[in-house]
Design a protein around this ligand. Structure first.
Ligand code: PLP
Length: 471
């Protein structure tokens, strides 16, 4: 299996060659040359597998440059009851008739990003050892992604993490989660500024190519193909739990931001998993809902990007969306490039409403969408607590609200639970008048000793810190 760029670069690369990379050299995103097809007997065999084995089966269709025994061992080491809390790893629970929640957020940082990031940590360690190389991951976070990366990379050989965050602006719980890590390869850099300042610093450091090469700077952002691939597995796992046989279809609703999670669902569907619909749920930041309703993709400016109570979905553009558009356009790389480089660069929008490819997108690719608001989230959290004695977080609430608008008789609907309520306690208090329960291992973490370096909003200060901590 080899990988191509959505913008038509002639190179074809193997999995491990793109594992440590972000964008393709022409600015496109990597996709497999074709989607391996999973037939009925294979589905039947996979149905009975434990999660780690299922992960191995899915991954092996896309990875031919890691020895199967090694890949199997990496999956077994990643998806354990110890790390993810249950033997099922992603247990399904029926909320009401035919409506299910798939629990993806019982990993170390209580959000679904652990599902992919934990595997990435093990893959990075494996590949870096094989190459005899090191990698310094530099990132900016306002909470979720940074902690998932740190918990995935802590203690890993060959990897250091330098994670910038806006000083004093994360919740006390998020700060405690990240800053209590004492592993010497994890560096928390609290920048005296806002999240955008952190992102600007990361960009400036990465644009200094000499520094980047000398200190082997890399990232773990959501466009990484390995992250997306790891997420394909739980669509299969959810399907098997909701159905008794492989002639049934299910739908998934996915609380979406950068389109990474639901793009993994698209890949699963392209492989032949019997998915009826992929329902994209957005909050007030409805770039994606607008596209699927109208065919117009319009990137938002900072002033048009709302700060909401489901903050991990607060995006102005969806960084993985180009992957789907490439497939939608029949894998026409020239056309994809013209849209994302040409039109988007020029006017911040493109319009496919008159394109025949868009007209039958829903039937061909199963995509539909809706949006949800703060009032919807609060009402849904309250209703779910009252009727089903189940506490859900704000992102999952967006999903559940939207899912109910797309139910079809006889088709199970699986909503992906993307975080636990404790991460967004203020909204739970608003909805229910009390704090959510806290998993035992997080009780009292705010009081633990913190390991964090406060730095000014200054590129050179960050570079100096990195250079002093790279040996
Ligand atoms: C990252 C995140 C999302 C959005 O996922 P995408 O892959 O960016 O679409 C939704 N909910 C939570 C809790 C997240 O952390």
């Amino acid at each position: 299996m080899r990988y191509l760029s959505t913008r038509g670069h002639p190179d074809r690369r193997h999995f491990c060659e793109i594992l440590l990379e972000g964008l393709a050299p022409d600015g496109g995103l990597y996709l497999p040359e074709r989607y391996p097809q999973v037939d009925a007997p294979t589905l039947e065999r996979w149905r009975k597998l434990p999660y780690a084995e299922l992960a191995f089966e899915v991954l092996s269709l896309y990875i031919d440059d890691i020895a199967p025994a090694d890949l199997r061992a990496l999956c077994a080491k990643t998806y354990t009851e110890e790390v993810f809390g249950t033997e099922d790893i992603v247990p399904l629970r029926e909320l009401e008739d035919g409506v299910y929640l798939e629990a993806l957020s019982n990993g170390p940082t209580l959000a679904f990003k652990d599902m992919a990031m934990q595997l990435l940590g093990n893959l990075f360690e494996y590949e870096l050892a094989r190459r005899g190389e090191e990698l310094n991951i530099l990132g900016a976070t306002s909470g979720d992604t940074g902690s998932a990366a740190e918990y995935a990379m802590r203690g890993k050989k060959g990897v250091r993490v330098f994670m910038t965050s806006p000083d004093g602006r994360m919740s006390p719980f998020q700060q405690a989660q990240m800053f209590s890590l004492q592993d010497p390869n994890i560096h928390n850099l609290a920048i005296e500024g806002v999240f955008d300042d952190c992102q600007d610093i990361v960009k400036a450091v990465s644009n200094d190519l000499e520094f980047k090469r000398k200190y082997k700077i890399g990232t773990v952002n959501s466009i990484n193909w390995a992250r997306l691939l790891a997420q394909v597995v739980y669509y299969f796992a959810g399907y098997f739990q909701a159905t008794g046989s492989n002639d049934q279809k299910v739908s998934f609703t996915v609380p979406s931001g950068n389109f990474g999670n639901v793009c993994a669902g698209h890949v699963a569907r392209m492989m032949g998993l019997p998915i009826h619909q992929l329902v994209v749920a957005t909050n007030e930041n409805d770039v994606l809902d607008e596209f699927f309703r109208t065919g117009v993709y319009r990137v938002r400016g900072a002033a048009d990007t709302h700060e909401t109570s489901s903050p991990s979905m607060d995006i102005s553009k969806a960084s993985n969306f180009e992957r789907f558009v490439f497939d939608l356009l029949g894998r026409d790389a020239a056309k994809t490039r013209a849209l994302f480089e040409g039109e988007l660069g020029k006017s911040g929008r493109f319009d496919l409403s008159a394109d025949p490819a868009f007209a039958n997108a829903a039937t061909r690719f199963g995509f539909v969408s809706s949006r949800s608001t703060h009032a919807d989230r609060i009402a849904t959290i309250r209703d779910t607590d009252k009727r089903f004695a189940t506490l859900i977080d704000t992102h999952t609430a967006d999903g559940l609200k939207v899912a109910r608008e797309h139910l079809s008789p006889g088709v199970p609907m699986i909503i992906l639970e993307t975080a636990l309520p404790i991460k967004f306690a203020a909204s739970i208090v608003e909805a229910l008048g009390h704090e959510p329960d806290r998993p035992e291992r997080f009780i009292g973490i705010e009081a633990l000793p913190k390991r964090v370096m406060r730095l000014p909003k200054d590129v050179d200060a960050v570079k100096r810190y990195i250079s002093q901590h790279c040996d």
